[in-house]
Design a protein around this ligand. Structure first.
Ligand SMILES: *Cc1c(COP(=O)(O)O)cnc(C)c1O
Length: 366
């Protein structure tokens, strides 16, 4: 087994002017950097042939296991330009650990943490010019692993895999100011049940979610709010974000987030915000909340704010909630002060502007 990454960079990286044009308005997940990392896994041999090479298509046999049975897991994290000009990724070891938890659930091999971190360091170093200088932008990193064994047998997990890392410059999620989202309470479909794959960051969870997302859009909403699969009553998460509720205001403000029920995705942003809230002296609890309670607490004014959180947009205020029967707003529907304070604090840490008390930043020498 090797963990050193062989460097085979392109002799034709995209020109400086074209790159600058992309970085001026990168959007999200539309443009990719000059390189990618690939590492092969073969049962009995382990991980081998780790390479950094030019970004480009890969050839896939039509009988490749992942294409038929969906053994695919992924991660998402960002590298940020630091206030001092350097580059750092945010909590990559937490992503490495989660990838391995997802792998365990999907019968896939464990990837050594050092290989995961090594891949990120190598790619970000090679494509450092793609990390935007603008503090509103970042370089989104997408590690993923899928079954490459050829054959249609379904009596065991595949014996061959590919781990890959690609990178994509990401613009500000909220160009023109932070806009609260409207969420659709999804009662027709569920995302995950306990014992299923809801805790794993796997492709199949997304495949199963798009019809509900399309329904949300048809209802004039931005995101799906998922409810628990058993009672269709407890709030689980929002699209590909975890959810937080704020009760009270000022010194009395406190946070509530759905507990890790076994069917919701343990977000690293969620975990970071729980810690950040403690650091800022805002009490935060993990618990359960029903839609009925959400409606009642928003109506009485006990609940003052609600927001979603995840790597892509960091913190997204929830303005209003729509269901088949009704629609309600959280407070006046505008982003609240606790939401904005937590967002600024976390973004500050990510950019090296706020003290990194917990060693979350992983510096990358370019
Ligand atoms: C990735 C993801 C999240 C957010 O996780 P982060 O680590 O904070 O980016 C939340 N829910 C789902 C379903 C996800 O896939």
């Amino acid at each position: 087994m090797t963990t050193t990454i062989e460097l085979k960079p392109t002799s034709e990286p995209l020109g400086q002017a074209q790159r600058a044009e992309i970085l001026a308005d990168p959007g999200f997940g539309r443009h990719f950097t000059d390189h990618m990392v690939m590492v092969k896994y073969t049962e009995g041999r382990g991980w081998h042939d780790a390479q950094l090479r030019p970004y480009g298509p890969i050839e896939v046999d039509p009988a490749t296991a992942a294409v038929h049975y969906g053994q695919e897991i992924f991660e998402g994290l960002k590298a940020y330009r630091q206030q001092d000009g350097g580059i750092a990724s945010f909590r990559p070891r937490a992503n490495a650990a989660r990838l391995n938890r997802s792998a365990r659930r999907m019968g896939m091999p464990q990837l050594p943490e050092e290989l995961f971190i090594g891949a990120i360091d190598a790619l970000v170093k090679q494509d450092a010019a793609w990390v935007p200088d603008d503090p509103e932008k970042s370089l989104y990193l997408r590690p993923f692993m899928f079954a490459t064994e050829i054959g249609l047998g379904v009596n065991r997990p595949a014996g061959e895999y590919l781990f890959m890392l690609i990178a994509s410059p990401a613009g500000s999620y909220f160009s023109g100011g932070i806009k609260p989202v409207k969420v659709w309470l999804c009662e027709d479909f569920t995302r995950a049940a306990a014992g299923g794959t809801g805790e794993a960051k796997c492709a199949g969870n997304y495949a199963a979610s798009f019809v509900a997302q399309a329904q949300a859009v048809a209802e004039g909403c931005d995101q799906v709010c998922w409810l628990d699969a058993v009672e269709r009553s407890y709030v689980e998460e929002m699209g590909s974000n975890n959810v937080f509720f704020v009760y009270g205001s000022g010194d009395q403000a406190r946070l509530l987030t759905p507990e890790l029920s076994g069917s919701l995705l343990p977000g690293i942003t969620r975990d970071s915000l729980l810690q950040a809230a403690a650091d800022l002296g805002i009490p935060a609890a993990e618990g359960r909340i029903t839609v009925e309670q959400w409606r009642a607490d928003a109506a009485s004014g006990a609940m003052s704010e609600a927001f979603g959180c995840g790597t892509a947009a960091v913190v997204t205020p929830i303005g209003s909630v729509k269901s088949k029967n009704d629609e309600f707003t959280v407070a006046d529907g505008n982003p609240g002060p606790v939401t904005l304070r937590l967002r600024e604090h976390l973004l500050g840490i990510q950019r090296g502007a706020v003290e990194d008390k917990h060693g979350w930043l992983h510096k990358i020498e370019a």
